[in-house]
Design a protein around this ligand. Structure first.
Ligand SMILES: *[C@@H]1O[C@H](CO)[C@@H](O)[C@H](O)[C@H]1NC(C)=O
Ligand SMILES: *[C@@H]1O[C@H](CO)[C@@H](O)[C@H](O)[C@H]1NC(C)=O
Ligand SMILES: *[C@@H]1O[C@H](CO)[C@@H](O)[C@H](O)[C@H]1NC(C)=O
Ligand SMILES: *[C@@H]1O[C@H](CO)[C@@H](O)[C@H](O)[C@H]1NC(C)=O
Length: 573
């Protein structure tokens, strides 16, 4: 204790002496007292109040003799008096300012900021977010440290507000003088409730004393990029296929913020998909790679040659055999072998038993950013622009959740470890990875629906084949029976009543167009096996005897794949 007080060059000798003597008297009293509990209360208070917080010593080192401006966010001096007095005692080395902002309206709930539906097409004036009051930034532009307490809980609107205030303060103070480089700003969360790790990345965590504090030194390039996003998924994340993207890119391009062109050579980026447990989706992954490449080749971008910097990487477990790997490579994928990951809560042998395997995308730290795609997606238009978005950006699903079939993520070893830890604690709502990542990333950025469009037509009445597939789709997600598991003549989801919601001949046709453009060698991976053919014939027979009114079972089949079966190792559909 004595060495701690005297080590500070900023406390006057007098003050240090006073503290020392008071402390000794307290100690003496506590030793002599007949009621040690009560006196130790007083002693303790003194000790806690005047001692330099241990997190402060980490930060102080970086400021030599400079004055340190500390902003307090949601620190109630009546409740957290100890902290306030600790910092106050460090004057004049430390200057404190309490950051003032209005508490968000208590009646607002998480779903108001993360609604299922928004007016994406701007038919009713465009989507709006509820008001989330923020401080007047101009008053707090020279902070070196932001200290905050956050409420506990998940999907708590006030917690979000505090985290966003802190993040914006850090960004604002860090960037105040220079657009090319920032001054570091430290962020400290006091207490036992954790900050939002989707805003404050574990990679930026300097120090964590469980139950007491977290100290972050945020990468402000990345944080600034996130602060350009709307407060919730109540609005589409701006900048994609819209004006204004320059600002987002500037925020993202850490090494050359002034350049407005997106420069792939600066960041290491990749499209990634994962195949595990069976070879049923090998053809899907081949078509996916081809669709990505076909659309990149067609794009009239001056930096055309740059797209080769974008890797296509496929993670495959041991169930993907050598022959399939050859085809996947020929289609454009680089291959990385992985061990699949068990979902501890899934039933043995169930369809989602190994669905946590795709969490391995967070281990790919050789990349700065990844667009993850399910193997049953097809890219219809270049989505390279999505690399401008921060983690985690995705299209909306039910409730306040996003769809995990297409996600923009930022690999990180500590994040992967956190996800693994959570996978043991959290029982995902749907048993799959989508439930888990939604528990971890509650503050996500909304991409337009057309970026991950589900081939699903729940509102369609009966067999009304007027298919409402919007034009200008970017990505189609083939739900239900996959196109390569049907005849090319029509979407075989029509052959089963319960799959009619997924049936679309138009979407089916779009997939076969990509197939048609593939080299012959690759087409062989999308052939029919005798077994697949038998299954289709059976379903058609049942559709005929049920006299299904859509009548697809009447269509004369011309699919040339029937004339020669492939010897593919498809263990299941
Ligand atoms: C002193 O400590 C007791 C328990 O140890 C606690 O209940 C009480 O609130 C404390 N008093 C003050 C003034 O901190
Ligand atoms: C992209 O960045 C690289 C490396 O910094 C640089 O050499 C190249 O000129 C840049 N290209 C464009 C189009 O800005
Ligand atoms: C789990 O993975 C299987 C493929 O292995 C996929 O068909 C299924 O949709 C996944 N389920 C979820 C909930 O992610
Ligand atoms: C099959 O359905 C059509 C109408 O969709 C009807 O005209 C026809 O009689 C039905 N056939 C049988 C055998 O039930």
């Amino acid at each position: 204790m004595a060495s701690k007080s005297s080590s500070s060059s900023h406390l006057s000798k007098q003050k240090a002496f006073l503290i020392l003597s008071l402390f000794s008297i307290g100690l003496l009293l506590s030793l002599l007292s007949m009621k040690p509990k009560r006196v130790s209360n007083v002693t303790n208070k003194f000790e806690v109040d005047k001692r330099k917080p241990s997190w402060f010593e980490v930060i102080e080192k970086n400021y030599a003799s400079k004055r340190i401006n500390v902003g307090l966010v949601n620190v109630d001096t009546r409740v957290d008096g100890g902290l306030y007095e600790q910092l106050h005692a460090l004057h004049p080395q430390v200057e404190i300012v309490s950051v003032d902002f209005d508490h968000v309206d208590e009646s607002l709930k998480w779903k108001d900021f993360f609604p299922v539906w928004i007016d994406e097409d701007k038919k009713w004036g465009g989507p709006k977010c509820p008001d989330l009051p923020m401080p007047t930034w101009e008053e707090y532009r020279d902070l070196n440290v932001v200290v905050a307490t956050v409420p506990c809980g998940k999907r708590d609107v006030f917690k979000l507000q505090v985290n966003l205030v802190v993040a914006n303060l850090a960004v604002d103070s860090g960037w105040v003088n220079n657009l090319d480089a920032y001054e570091p700003v430290y962020v400290v969360f006091i207490g036992s409730c954790d900050p939002m790790m989707d805003i404050f990345k574990c990679d930026d965590l300097l120090l964590h004393q469980p139950g007491e504090y977290w100290v972050y030194k945020p990468d402000l390039f990345s944080l600034r990029n996130k602060m350009l996003m709307p407060v919730g998924s109540c609005q589409i994340a701006p900048g994609y296929a819209e004006t204004g993207k320059e600002e987002i890119r500037r925020g993202y391009m850490s090494q050359s913020p002034a350049t407005l062109n997106y420069n792939y050579t600066i960041s290491k980026l990749a499209y990634v998909t994962v195949l595990h447990s069976s070879e049923a989706y090998v053809c899907g992954a081949i078509a996916l790679a081809q669709s990505i490449l076909q659309h990149n080749n067609n794009n009239n971008n001056n930096n055309n040659n740059n797209y080769t910097k974008l890797d296509l990487l496929l993670l495959a477990d041991e169930s993907i055999g050598y022959k399939s790997i050859r085809g996947l490579k020929a289609a454009g994928w680089k291959i990385k072998r992985i061990k699949r990951i068990l979902n501890p809560y899934a039933q043995k042998g169930s369809y989602n038993e190994w669905n946590y395997s795709r969490l391995r995308i967070w281990q790919l730290t050789m990349y700065d950013k990844i667009i993850f795609l399910d193997a049953d997606l097809l890219v219809l238009k270049s989505i390279d622009g999505l690399f401008a978005y921060p983690q985690l950006s995705a299209s909306p699903n039910d409730f306040s959740l996003f769809k995990s079939g297409l996600m923009v993520i930022e690999p990180s070893t500590c994040m992967f470890e956190d996800l693994m830890k959570k996978s043991l604690e959290v029982k995902s709502y749907n048993g799959g990875d989508q439930g888990l990542v939604n528990e971890v990333f509650t503050w996500w950025h909304r991409l337009p629906t057309k970026v991950n469009y589900l081939k699903s037509f729940e509102e369609r009445e009966g067999n009304d084949v007027k298919e409402e597939i919007p034009e200008d789709l970017y990505v189609m997600h083939y739900l239900g029976l996959k196109p390569w598991m049907c005849y090319r003549d029509y979407d075989c989801n029509w052959d089963m009543n319960e799959l009619h919601v997924f049936a679309s001949d138009l979407a089916h046709h779009m997939w076969w167009q990509v197939y048609d453009a593939m080299p012959k060698e690759l087409k062989s991976y999308c052939g029919l096996t005798e077994k697949m053919d038998e299954r289709i014939v059976q379903r058609r027979r049942r559709a005929r005897s049920a006299n299904l009114s859509d009548g697809h079972w009447k269509i004369e089949v011309k699919d040339p794949r029937r004339t020669h079966y492939e010897d593919l190792n498809y263990s299941r559909e």
